[in-house]
Design a protein around this ligand. Structure first.
Ligand code: FAD
Length: 468
C-alpha cells in the first residue's frame, strides 16, 4: 500500500474542498443568470398573453405595446440591479467585487436605456403616433394619469444616477458626492412602482403576474434592509471592533490594527475586504473599502491604507479604542477562487496589501508561490514579505521605477523586452499558476492583457482593483 506524503494527503482533501466550493460558486452564478433570464422571459410571456403581439397591428398601438414590453423589461432589470447592490453573500462569493461591479454597470445601463425607450414609446403611442401631439400628451399624462407624477420624479432620479455614472462624469465628482447621488437610485426605483401598479396592465393581469411582481419587489426591498443595514449593524454590535493601534508603514501609508470579539465567526479570509466606518467624528457616515493586509485571527484584523484623500488621510489620526462599524467580509480574491497549487501574486503600490495577506495565509509549498511587487520609490511591507520568503519560501521579485509607458505595467528598470517576454522569463510556468492581481484599474488592465498573452486561462486570473 503506497503511503501519501503530507503534501499529497493535504492536496487530496484540499482539492476536494476547493472543487466543492468552485462547483457551488459556479452553480450560484448559473442560478443568478438563469433567474434573471427567467424573469425577463416570464414578463415577455405575459406581454404576449396580454395581446402584446396582437397589438402590433397598427402604428399607435404598436408603439404602446412595445412601450409596455420595454417598461416591463426595464423593471425586471431594475429589481435585479437592486439585488446586485444588496451585497447578498451568495452573489458576493460567487462573482467577487470586480465581476459584480461589471454586471452592475451592464444591467444598470441596459435597464436605463429600456426605461427611456419605454417613456418615449408610451407617450408617442398615447399621442396617436404623431410627433406634434407629444408635448401636450406628455403634460396630460403627467398631470392626469395615476402615479405618473411620481414616476416622472423617479425617472429623473434614475437619469441623474445614470448620467453621473458615466465614467467621464464620475471622474469629475468627489467619490462621496457620486455615492450620495447614487443612493437616489433607490428613490427612483421606489417612485416608479405606483404607476406600474395603477397603469401597468400586465402587472395585475393574472394572479401569477401579481404574485411575481409583489414577491420580486418584496425580495429586493428585504435584501437591501437585511444585507445593507441589519446585518452590518448586528455584526458591528456583536463583534465590537475597536482600533488597537495605528502604525506608519511609509510617509503616506498606515496600518490600522483592529481587535474584536469572536472575529472567527465572520469567516473572513485573507484577500477579502470590508467597508469600514471609523466612529470618531466627521467620517462616521462614510464607508470606505479596505482589504485585509494580514491573515485574520480570532480577535485581530489589520488593514493598510494609502493616504489618497480625506478619509484615508484621517486614519493616521485614529486613536486606540475608536469604535468601528463594518460591512463584510466581501470579495473573492483568495482561496475561494483558487484552482491550482502554484501561485503568483502581482501587485502595485498599496495593492500589495491583500497579496501580502494571501502570501501569509494560502497553502503552498516552498517555491510554489512567487510575488512580483511594482513600486515607485520604496517597496511597501518589504520586511514582512522577506519574512514570508524566509518562513514560507515565497519567492520575491521587486520591480521598481515609474511605469515605462501607459501600455506597460512594468517600470523603467525592466529593460527593453516587452511585458510578456519579461514575465515569462521571470515566471516561465506562469500559465500553470493561479495569478492574483491587485492595484489601480489602468495598471491591472495591462497586467491582465500580459497574462492573457502569456496563455494564463481567465479562470486562473483573480483581480481586485482599488478604484471603482
Ligand atoms: C475593494 C477595494 C479594496 C480596497 N482596499 C484598499 C486597501 O487595502 N488599502 C488602500 O489604501 N486602499 C484601498 N482601496 C481604495 C480605497 O477605498 C480608497 O482609496 C479610499 O476609499 C479613498 O477615500 P478618500 O476619502 O481618502 O479619498 P477620495 O478623495 O474620496 O477618493 C480618492 C479615490 O478613491 C476612490 N474612492 C473614494 N472613496 C471610495 C469608496 N468608498 N469606494 C471605492 N473607491 C473610493 C475615489 O474614486 C477616488 O478615486 C480599496 C478600494 C476597493 C474598491
Amino acid at each position: 500500500m503506497t503511503t501519501l506524503t503530507a503534501g499529497a494527503r493535504r492536496n487530496a482533501s484540499t482539492y476536494a474542498a476547493r472543487g466543492r466550493r468552485a462547483r457551488r460558486d459556479a452553480a450560484a452564478r448559473l442560478a443568478a443568470m438563469a433567474t434573471l433570464w427567467l424573469g425577463l422571459l416570464l414578463v415577455a410571456y405575459w406581454w404576449v398573453a396580454g395581446g402584446g403581439i396582437r397589438d402590433l397591428g397598427s402604428w399607435d398601438s404598436a408603439l404602446l405595446s412595445t412601450g409596455r414590453l420595454t417598461g416591463l423589461m426595464a423593471s425586471v432589470l431594475l429589481l435585479a440591479q437592486v439585488l446586485l447592490m444588496a451585497r447578498l453573500p451568495v452573489l458576493e462569493h460567487a462573482f467577487g467585487q470586480d465581476r459584480l461591479a461589471h454586471l452592475h454597470r451592464l444591467v444598470g445601463f441596459t435597464s436605463f436605456t429600456l426605461m427611456l425607450t419605454h417613456v418615449v414609446l408610451i407617450i408617442w403611442g398615447y399621442a396617436g403616433g404623431t410627433i406634434p401631439r407629444v408635448p401636450a400628451e406628455t403634460w396630460r399624462m403627467t398631470i392626469d394619469d395615476p402615479g405618473m407624477l411620481l414616476a416622472v420624479a423617479g425617472a429623473w432620479c434614475l437619469v441623474m444616477v445614470a448620467v453621473t455614472s458615466i465614467r467621464a462624469a464620475r471622474a469629475r465628482l468627489r467619490y462621496e458626492s457620486w455615492h450620495l447621488l447614487h443612493l437616489y437610485a433607490y428613490l427612483g426605483v421606489g417612485l416608479a412602482l405606483p404607476h406600474q401598479l395603477w397603469t401597468g396592465q400586465e402587472l395585475l393581469a393574472s394572479k401569477a403576474s401579481t404574485v411575481f411582481w409583489w414577491s420580486a419587489w418584496a425580495t429586493a426591498a428585504l435584501a437591501i434592509v437585511v444585507f445593507r443595514v441589519a446585518l452590518p449593524v448586528q455584526r458591528s454590535l456583536a463583534h465590537r471592533v475597536r482600533v488597537s493601534s495605528v502604525v506608519a508603514e511609509s510617509p503616506d501609508v498606515v496600518s490600522v490594527h483592529l481587535t474584536g470579539r469572536g472575529l472567527d465567526r465572520l469567516h473572513a479570509e485573507a484577500g477579502q475586504f470590508f467597508v469600514w466606518r471609523f466612529l470618531d467624528g466627521a467620517g462616521r457616515t462614510r464607508g470606505n473599502p479596505y482589504s485585509l493586509s494580514a491573515a485574520p485571527t480570532d480577535d485581530t484584523l489589520r488593514i493598510t491604507v494609502k493616504d489618497l484623500g480625506d478619509e484615508s488621510r484621517r486614519l493616521r489620526t485614529l486613536a486606540p479604542g475608536t469604535r468601528v462599524m463594518f460591512e463584510g467580509p466581501y470579495g473573492r480574491l483568495g482561496d475561494r477562487a483558487r484552482t491550482r497549487d502554484k501561485l503568483a501574486f502581482i501587485g502595485a503600490g498599496v495593492g500589495i496589501t491583500p497579496l501580502r495577506a494571501l502570501g501569509e495565509a494560502l497553502d503552498y509549498q516552498p517555491g510554489e508561490a512567487v510575488l512580483l511587487q511594482r513600486y515607485r520609490d520604496e517597496p511597501l511591507m518589504s520586511a514582512e514579505l522577506q519574512d514570508l520568503a524566509r518562513t514560507r519560501g515565497l519567492e520575491l521579485l521587486w520591480l521598481p521605477g515609474h511605469r515605462r509607458s501607459s501600455d506597460s505595467w512594468l517600470g523603467a528598470h525592466a529593460g527593453d523586452a516587452d511585458d510578456r517576454t519579461s514575465l515569462t522569463f521571470w515566471v516561465p510556468d506562469i500559465d500553470e499558476r493561479d495569478v492574483y492581481v491587485c492595484g489601480p484599474t489602468a495598471w491591472t488592465d495591462e497586467v491582465v492583457r500580459t497574462l492573457t498573452a502569456a496563455g494564463v486561462p481567465p479562470e486562473q486570473i483573480h483581480l481586485e482593483t482599488f478604484s471603482w
